[in-house]
Design a protein around this ligand. Structure first.
Ligand code: DGT
Ligand code: CA
Ligand code: CA
Ligand code: ZN
Length: 577
């Protein structure tokens, strides 16, 4: 099956409408596509599979031509008519579609009246006078557009950790397997588990630097060689990602690893600490007048400076050096500590695998329990469950659970938090569930005060076990909605509501910068993959990395509890958890 969602159908129809408009086509034709988009958006049922099966005949407002196009799109993943239409315009025009807050009307005005067909031209126009002459473009609009462009530039050359990790590990393995390599690592922001990265910093210990840089520069994934020397090479891969390689001697390796892991701020602190001890620390060695400490591995560098070894995730100069000096660094959670996980979807809503398949996959991952949390009825776009369907699912889970040995499905729901903070299901139904994840899936644009109050009201509900993807951010795509995080964290502590660490690589939400504070207030987390398919249980690994980055220990993570304990914990009233 091609990867087509309701969103694909809707945005394709909308784009066709806009392109026809830009071409100056007859307004009736344009309107038919726009109307079609609206009908698809609001259709109550699985419109994507109906389109794939060419079963759209009885849907009002979708004529023959539209039916045929939706079928082609849903069954093949592309639409020739759409592709041909796009080809009639400069390819840079489509950049405008990605600028937040720039709708079809504005794009048409810009294109028709000022001939603007790229973001660069738009930026120039915003900085000049001409744009204010257009109807509907006040000073406020121009500011918003400039802010959106700045946002886009900020994201332009960054990649999400989860998107690059599989390839990064393949390349590392290839270097590691080279016979002339004794030690290897990926340093930089990747080793620190930053949620997004600019480039990858590979490091090898070898006596044959020139051979290794040549090996690296001729990897089949290389799109372009940026730098190529005897000890250093930089390449750009097909996907745009830059990768640096540094080849050093085995003696220099621990120093280079420490230096290139960063962060810069952490290193600055470390160097000044070294100076106080009469040592000068650089990327290759300690130097100075006194006796030099013996260094075989990275931990020896920290030891020489009177510090415990600092886990790379913590190296952001946020108190880790002081803690390393005092011996109070946290014993961080590890992936292997997770006994189970919550917040997963099945085919009942918008997942790709059945309950049975998800349960088997969880057991293959060595988990003792898997929390199910399909969408609730208001999430129509995700085929949310009605009260009846959720009740049926509870029965199915109870039956399946009888067939497992040392494993259990935990029955829950991902309940929509409605605009006013009330929940999509009544308490009576929620009380029958083992747990509940409450999430915001619509009306993202409330002012901070209202959005904060909305989440607080949800947390005050006795049956809300945890908040799902608390800020709604999509990394490099959508900013978090306006939220007072201090208040959210305080309320979570008071109401004993867990805040999930959503480990979908697109989210990694709540942001790692808030966890240390939350944990100190007694807030618990649950590391949740939000899996919509069996293979997405692997996202747990990213969650564990980000939890470590947030200074979390096993005792801060509720899914480190084994099955029997987690069941006891869930059975307690919230105030006792
Ligand atoms: P990014 O932007 O995601 O690639 O982040 P990093 O941290 O990987 O940054 P990168 O690749 O520019 O450099 C890797 C590490 O090398 C960095 O974390 C610390 C170290 N480093 C690079 N430039 C400097 C510098 O000018 N001063 C110091 N002290 N360290 C540096
Ligand atoms: Ca880097
Ligand atoms: Ca770099
Ligand atoms: Zn969700």
């Amino acid at each position: 099956m091609p990867d087509v969602t309701r969103d694909t159908l809707v945005s394709t129809l909308e784009e066709i409408a806009l392109l026809l408009e830009l071409k100056g086509e007859n307004p009736f034709k344009t309107r038919a596509y726009r109307k079609g988009a609206e009908i698809v958006q609001n259709f109550d049922g699985d419109i994507v599979s109906r389109a794939a099966k060419d079963d759209l005949k009885d849907i009002k407002g979708i004529g023959d031509a539209l039916q045929q196009k939706l079928h082609e799109l849903a069954s093949t993943g592309t639409l020739e008519y759409h592709q041909n239409l796009r080809a009639e315009f400069p390819s840079t025009l489509f950049e405008l579609f990605e600028v937040q807050g720039l709708g079809p009307k504005k794009i048409k005005a810009l294109y028709d009246q000022l001939g603007i067909s790229s973001v660069a031209e738009l930026k120039d126009a915003c900085q000049g006078e001409e744009i204010a002459k257009l109807a509907g473009f006040g000073a406020k609009t121009v500011d918003k557009i400039l802010a959106a462009i700045a946002n886009r530039e900020k994201f332009a050359d960054r990649f999400r950790l989860g998107d690059v990790a599989p390839l990064a590990e393949v390349l590392l393995e290839r270097l590691r397997d080279h016979p002339k390599v004794s030690r290897s690592a990926i340093a930089g922001s990747y080793r620190r588990s930053k949620e997004t990265l600019h480039d990858l910093d590979f490091l090898v210990a070898t006596n044959e630097g020139a051979e290794l840089t040549k090996f690296f520069a001729t990897f089949p994934e290389v799109h372009e060689v940026i730098v190529h020397g005897d000890t250093k090479a930089s390449i750009r891969l097909e996907n745009g990602l830059q990768c640096d390689l540094r080849a050093v001697s085995n003696h220099h390796f621990p120093f280079a690893l420490q230096y290139f892991t960063g962060s810069k701020e952490h290193n600055v602190e470390l160097r000044s600490l070294a100076l106080k001890k009469g040592l000068s620390l650089n990327e290759y060695d300690f130097t100075g007048d006194g006796e030099m400490p013996e260094v075989n591995e990275e931990a020896d560098i920290y030891k020489a400076l009177g510090l415990e070894w600092v886990a790379p995730e913590l190296r952001e100069n946020r108190g880790e050096i002081e803690a390393a000096r005092e011996g109070t660094l946290p014993k961080l959670v590890e992936l292997s500590h997770l006994c189970g996980t919550f917040h997963n979807h099945t085919t009942a809503s918008d997942g790709q695998n059945t309950l049975q398949e998800m349960a088997e996959a969880a057991q293959d991952h060595g988990l003792q329990y898997l929390g199910i949390a399909d969408h609730s009825k208001s999430s129509v776009q995700a085929n949310g469950l009605s009260e009846e369907r959720l009740t049926e699912q509870l029965d199915t889970i109870a039956t399946l659970n009888e067939s497992f040995d040392g494993f259990a499905l935990i029955a829950g729901s991902e309940v929509d938090i409605l605009k006013d903070g009330s929940l999509d299901f009544e308490d009576e139904l929620l009380s029958k569930l083992d747990y509940c994840v409450a999430s915001v899936h619509n009306v993202f644009n409330l002012p901070e005060k209202e959005m904060t109050a909305r989440l607080i009201r949800a947390m005050e509900n006795e049956y809300v076990t945890m908040l799902g993807h608390v800020t709604g951010r999509l990394l490099l795509r959508r900013d978090p909605y306006a939220l007072n995080m201090e208040k959210i964290i305080d309320c979570a502590a008071e109401t004993r509501t867990v805040i999930e660490l959503n480990c979908s690589p697109r989210r990694l939400d709540m942001d790692w910068r808030w966890w240390h504070r939350a944990r100190d207030k007694g807030v618990l987390t649950s590391i949740n993959p939000d899996a919509h398919a069996t293979e997405q249980l692997q996202y747990l690994a990213f969650g564990a990395r980000l939890a470590r980055k947030g200074w979390l220990r096993p005792e801060d993570v509720v899914n480190c509890l084994p099955l029997a304990k987690v069941q006891e914990w869930l059975a307690l009233p919230k105030s006792k958890r």
